[in-house]
Design a binder for this molecule. Structure first.
Ligand code: XMP
Length: 321
């Protein structure tokens, strides 16, 4: 790996922002660029850097893959409207679900999402807009994990030997590639993002598909989306690094209305971490765990089991796929 990490302690945020804004402006020149918001912190910070560098020559999209959290497209559009940045929502739900059909292997699912995102959806958008550059929020941890072969992060291309220019017809700029999450939050704050955005827990590129074990279908995503909303509502004030709900593939016997119910299993994970490289399960108060279990089993049809992960990363990872 030939990228040198910029350690938080050595970071001068104002000059980092200036340097990255200049880099984007000089790479894109008189042309234009596009970027996609995922709902995560990294892509939001990149949007601000790109907006400072290019103004209206940066077109920011929110790709509605159908894999996003509840209310997400509306929320992102409204946050960025407050900052004077227009976000265009693209409905690509059918493309993503079609690509995920029948796939059960985690890496195949990630590959399907990457291909659909970069080739099918973005390839078309970039061609139509005439842009030559895609700005994206790849960070140092993403690169590290992909290079180590732990997970293929959805936004990693070059390190896997994929030339975006050759494969998709555009170049990729990754201004945050040399920093990790804690630095990215501070850069976002200094770049003018609202606290709700720069302090958001991380959210993975493959979105809720990273939280469905086995085949991803619209029904399973709806289920994990509902569980995510409950978990986020209860844990947003926990101070944890990240919290999530995942849907298992195996069913377990339960009882509902006095009858056997061979039901679904939701697992809750809540992590304490600095930078996602290592993580420990948060000691969530038992009453909160019980409340979440009770809401999930009463409000989400078919769920008969809710568990809480107590495994460290490593050997676990934060996301289940
Ligand atoms: P893991 O699951 O590898 O996750 O322990 C480490 C951190 O990265 C996030 N994550 C991703 N982010 N694309 C991303 O942009 C991905 O494919 C991806 N997979 C995991 C995860 O949420 C955690 O914060």
């Amino acid at each position: 790996m030939n990228i040198k990490e910029v350690i938080l302690e050595n970071l001068n945020i104002a000059s980092y922002i200036e340097e990255k804004v200049n880099e984007i402006a000089s790479a894109v020149g008189e042309g234009s660029a596009v970027n996609a918001l995922s709902g995560g912190v990294d892509s939001a910070v990149v949007t601000m850097l790109g907006h400072k560098a290019l103004g209206d020559r940066l077109k920011s999209y929110f790709i509605n893959s159908g894999l996003m959290r509840e209310g997400e497209p509306r929320q992102i559009v409204s946050w960025f409207a407050q900052l004077g940045v227009t976000v265009i929502v693209i409905d690509a739900q059918s493309e993503f679900f079609e690509a995920l059909k029948g796939k059960t292997d985690p890496e195949e699912k990630r590959e399907a999402i990457t291909h659909t995102f970069y080739k099918k959806v973005f390839g078309k958008l970039v061609k139509k807009s005439g842009a030559k550059y895609l700005l994206q929020g790849t960070n140092f941890t993403d690169i590290e994990e992909t290079v180590a072969g732990i997970k293929r992060q959805h936004n990693i291309l070059e390190q896997l030997g994929i030339d975006p220019q050759e494969h998709f017809g555009y170049k990729i700029l990754e201004p945050l590639i040399d920093v990790r999450k804690p630095a990215i939050r501070l850069i976002g704050k200094a770049a003018g993002l609202q606290k709700e955005i720069y302090s958001r827990p991380p959210f993975p590129g493959p979105a809720l598909a990273a939280r469905v074990i086995g085949e991803v279908t619209p029904e399973k995503i709806a289920l994990v989306r509902a569980a995510t909303a409950i978990v986020e509502r209860h844990l947003s004030t926990s101070g944890a690094f990240q919290y999530l709900a995942l849907l298992h593939e195996d069913r377990v016997t339960g009882i509902r209305n006095g009858k056997r119910d061979f039901g679904l299993q939701i697992e809750i994970r809540c992590w304490d971490s600095e930078d996602a490289v290592t993580a420990s399960p948060t000691r969530v108060p038992y009453e909160i765990l019980e409340k979440m279990a009770s809401e999930i089993t009463s409000m989400i049809p078919g769920v008969t089991s809710v568990t809480y992960n107590i495994t460290q990363k490593p050997p676990s990872t934060i996301e289940p796929i």
